[in-house]
Design a protein around this ligand. Structure first.
Ligand SMILES: *[C@@H]1O[C@H](CO)[C@@H](O)[C@H](O)[C@H]1NC(C)=O
Ligand SMILES: *[C@@H]1O[C@H](CO)[C@@H](O)[C@H](O)[C@H]1NC(C)=O
Length: 209
């Protein structure tokens, strides 16, 4: 390989990898974000506490909402040490009869159930659904961008932890995108074939009527 080819290869690699310059880049969420994440906090001010996330304590989880579930995100926004590392995590608790609504994100997900029984599945681009009841200790992987969902099908609350191959997976809930957004009701009805009455009912549930 001649030098000019080597130069071009490295000029593409460098902006994608701070690892050549730094051991880590704890994000500073007060600074503007770029497609590569946040700018680095001054390493002189980084401490061990930057690398520890304490948000998963049991008593912070409540399930008093319409899905009877709660999710705590350890993503780069809430855990800035993840900035640029391409990984993140969440904890979820689903009350008896509760659900994690159908949603999608940019990254793959690998989830382990640590309490209860959860029916979890995804739908591929051929509209084929893959779903199964998982119990404590079982693990499922969800490929990136697939619409997926979970239902607590057991008699007790369920808890699971999920990991992602991105510091900011970008969660988009299908029904919120349609009914909690500012898309006008007539556009939703036209583009989904739902009746205006059904759209109105859903917008009322999501507080955007
Ligand atoms: C680092 O910490 C020192 C002492 O707390 C503070 O004066 C300084 O502004 C901080 N630097 C940055 C870039 O935050
Ligand atoms: C796609 O869906 C159709 C209809 O359900 C099914 O017959 C077919 O096997 C699916 N193809 C793949 C590749 O999954």
């Amino acid at each position: 390989m001649n030098n000019i080819v080597v130069f071009f290869i490295f000029s593409f690699l460098l902006p994608l990898s701070y690892a050549i310059e730094f051991d880590f880049c704890v994000g500073d969420p007060t600074l503007p974000k770029s497609p590569n994440g946040y700018a680095c906090k001054d390493p002189a001010n980084v401490t061990i506490d930057d690398f520890v996330f304490t948000g998963f304590y049991e008593n912070k989880v409540t399930t008093k909402n319409k899905y009877k579930s709660n999710v705590i995100l350890a993503f780069a926004d809430t855990f800035p040490a993840l900035n640029g590392l391409g990984i993140s995590k969440l904890k979820e608790e689903i009350d008896v009869g509760g659900v994690i609504p159908a949603h999608t994100h940019r990254t793959s997900e690998i989830l382990v159930v640590i309490k209860g029984t959860i029916l979890i599945g995804f739908i591929d681009t051929n509209n084929t659904a893959y779903y199964k009841r998982l119990k404590k200790g079982e693990v499922i992987v969800i490929p990136p961008t697939m619409i997926h969902f979970q239902v607590n099908v057991g008699p007790t609350p369920a808890i699971a932890y999920a990991s992602f191959n991105g510091a900011n997976p970008g969660i988009q809930v299908v029904s919120s995108a349609l009914f909690a957004s500012n898309v006008p009701a007539d556009l939703i009805a036209k583009t989904t074939l739902l009746s205006p009455q059904e759209v109105k009912r859903m917008k009322l549930i999501f507080g955007s009527a």
